[in-house]
Structure formats: C-alpha cells, structure tokens
Design a protein around this ligand. Structure first.
Ligand code: FMN
Length: 144
C-alpha cells in the first residue's frame, strides 16, 4: 500500500550546504533501496518534505526524521494513501524556497506552511519543482 506523507519543520541553526549535502547523502543511501521517492524543499529556515512509498517504509523513515536534531517543530501536514506517486522521478529532489522568489510572491503570497492547508503546501512544492531546477538524486529503479 502506497502512502504519501507531507511535513514541515524548522531548521535548527543555519541551513548550510554542508547540512543539506549530509541530508541528501543519507537520502541517496537509503531512499532508493527503501523504495522512497519525494521532494525536500528548504529555505527561509524551514523544511517542507514529501515522502512517498510503501506505508511501512514511509513510517520508518518519518520516525527517523522526526528524531533528527537538525530540525525541530516537525508537524505532519498530511498522511494519505495514494494510487500513484507524484514525485516518482526523484529518490529525493531538492528545491529551494525563497520568500523573495517572484513565483512564490505571486502564487503563494501568504505562504506559511504551518498555517497552510496540505493542498496549499503541496501546490507550492509542485510550483517550485516546475519553476526551478531541482537538484536530483538518482531515481529509484522499477518503482510504480
Ligand atoms: C529535513 C530532513 C530531511 C531528511 N530526509 C531524509 C531522507 O529523505 N532520507 C533519509 O534516509 N534520511 C533523511 N534525513 C536524515 C535522517 O533523519 C537520518 O539522519 C538518516 O536517515 C540516518 O541515516 P545515516 O546515518 O545513514 O545518514 C533527513 C533529515 C532531515 C533533517
């Protein structure tokens, strides 16, 4: 059974390229073998992440992520059964969220992931993926 989880969190300390590289290195090691796909959005001191995969695998990864000391105030925005993946092309795409991004200002002017509906947060992720060039991690093989 496939599920999709969406959460928001606040970074602890500055989000540096070193921190991001370490997180992506973990994602690269674990996500593809675990059948996880998704997108990680960072910026303005926040993380917004979608995890897709088998329910048990998503639960295991989410449990590990919420105890990660590099962020706090982890809040689950949605957890739903899905029939197909939305971000199946990425084992973990990385997109940047900038409050001064014209697309964000135009399409999501009031954007606050802690106040937003999960569909609003998902729409922002979709727009960021379309507008930007996500930094790719190798896609998983043979995943629906
Ligand atoms: C915002 C955020 C997103 C993360 N995303 C992932 C992920 O997609 N996959 C993953 O394996 N670890 C992710 N991690 C790291 C895990 O919390 C954990 O540190 C890691 O899986 C441990 O494995 P390692 O010791 O092999 O690096 C993330 C951490 C943070 C703070």
């Amino acid at each position: 059974m496939l599920v999709r989880a969406l959460y928001v969190s606040r970074a602890v300390g500055p989000v540096t390229t070193t921190v991001t590289a370490a997180i992506l290195a973990s994602a690269r090691r674990h996500n593809s073998p675990a059948g996880i796909t998704g997108v990680l959005c960072q910026g303005s001191g926040l993380y917004l992440q979608v995890l897709e995969g088998e329910r048990a695998a998503v639960n295991r990864l989410y449990a590990s992520i919420i105890s990660d000391k590099r962020h706090q105030d982890v809040e689950l925005l949605s957890f739903e059964e899905i029939s197909q993946r939305r971000f199946g092309a990425w084992s973990m795409a990385l997109v940047e969220l900038s409050a001064s991004d014209p697309m964000v200002l135009l399409n999501h002017p009031e954007f606050d992931p802690y106040a937003a509906s999960s569909s609003g947060a998902m729409a922002l992720l979709d727009d960021l993926l379309k507008a930007g060039s996500p930094i790719d991690t190798p896609p998983p093989q043979n995943k629906a």
